[in-house]
Design a protein around this ligand. Structure first.
Ligand code: NAD
Length: 318
């Protein structure tokens, strides 16, 4: 049935973007999803991310590269834009690969903002998928939105540049942006390069899991459905121009994650510790007071519940 709000999701074939399209369709949005299938992980994985929604007549998928395509035509009639396209991942962001991060995280964001500015459409909100990687590695915990930002990785620098671009188009042109700083999102369809995916996959096959670093590093893990709730909550009026931490309220160490997984999978897991990567933060921990107060955001899914869901999904994928 037509007639709901019109939304555009960039990065629609990715982990978070594909879930978001599905959730928006459930909320009766008319959704255009765009993605160019970058080769960071296999196209077949991204195509299967889309398979649940492609039959929905309110969903239209477009294979478009944001750095080349005519974005103006795509944003013209949209009420909401959820900008999730990016080159993700801290580890690959050094050396010559940095150019891909500049292209897909900074250039693409600037082109989208220009298109919105030029199109003068009815846009009510542009949600930018930012990251906990905008914070420094040695700052105070929990991390607050008003902390001094000194990213620890080239990836974080490009995500922060995107966030700054969004903010300056809000201040100069009134584009109603909101930035959501996600803290390690996990759950079904998680990217294959991410730790939980790798751990669960190896553990299910009875292989040792590889942990980079000493395993004492902590993360504030956020279940996918909580991140989706945050996107919907960020559409409310009076929050334009604001930045929000979106954490899961489950800050635990990697060693604790392994113990939890042993309980869920029902067998002991052997761990190989390898040298950590440059650019990986020691700890992340979100202060979500602002999101709770202004958006009404309260994470709903505990780490053990969320991990159980990701394990069930990966069992089905085997
Ligand atoms: N997953 C997390 O834990 C996490 C944490 C913090 C921030 N984020 C941010 O959330 C967003 C989504 O992350 P994800 O984990 O779903 O990543 P993902 O790699 O699964 O999805 C990103 C998608 O963007 C597409 N893309 C990249 N450049 C493009 C371009 N120029 N034109 C069109 N499409 C392009 C890719 O093909 C990919 O499908 C990203 O902006 C990421 O930086 C993710």
């Amino acid at each position: 049935m037509k007639g709901g709000p019109k939304s555009l999701v960039t990065g629609a074939a990715g982990f978070i973007g594909s879930h978001l399209c599905q959730r928006l369709l459930q909320e009766n949005h008319d959704v255009v999803g765009l993605d160019c299938f970058t080769d960071y992980y296999p196209r077949s994985v991204k195509e299967s991310n889309l398979k649940n929604i492609q039959a929905d007549s309110r969903f239209r998928f477009l294979e478009v590269d944001m750095v080349r395509g005519d974005l103006k035509a795509l944003v013209r009639d949209r009420d909401y834009i959820f900008h999730h396209a990016a080159q993700a991942g801290v580890r690959k962001s050094w050396g010559k690969d940095f150019l891909g991060y500049v292209r897909n995280n900074i250039d693409a964001t600037q082109r989208l903002l220009e298109a919105v500015k030029e199109s003068r459409g009815p846009i009510k909100r542009l949600v930018y998928a930012s990251s906990s990687s905008v914070y420094g590695s040695d700052g105070p915990l929990p991390m607050r939105e008003d902390a001094y930002l000194q990213p620890f990785s080239p990836y974080g620098v490009t995500k922060l540049a995107g966030e700054h671009l969004c903010h300056l188009y809000w201040e100069n042109y009134g584009i109603p942006v909101v930035s959501l700083r996600y803290f390690t999102i996990y759950g079904p369809r998680q990217r294959p390069d991410m730790a939980f995916y790798r751990f669960i996959r190896s553990a299910l096959q009875g292989d040792p899991i590889v942990v980079y670093g000493d395993g004492e590093q902590t993360r504030d893990f956020t279940f996918i459905s909580d991140a989706l709730n945050a996107n919907l909550l960020s559409l409310q009026e009076d929050v334009a121009g604001k930045v929000f931490n979106i954490g899961g309220g489950s800050r635990i160490s990697i060693r604790e994650v392994v113990k939890l997984l042993e309980g869920i999978i029902g067998r002991s897991i052997s761990v190989e510790y390898q040298v950590g990567f440059k650019g990986e933060m020691k700890h992340t921990y979100a202060d979500c007071l602002r999101a709770r107060t202004l958006l009404g955001y309260i994470p709903q899914t505990s780490i053990s519940e969320g991990l159980t869901q990701e394990v069930a999904w990966l069992k089905g994928e085997q």
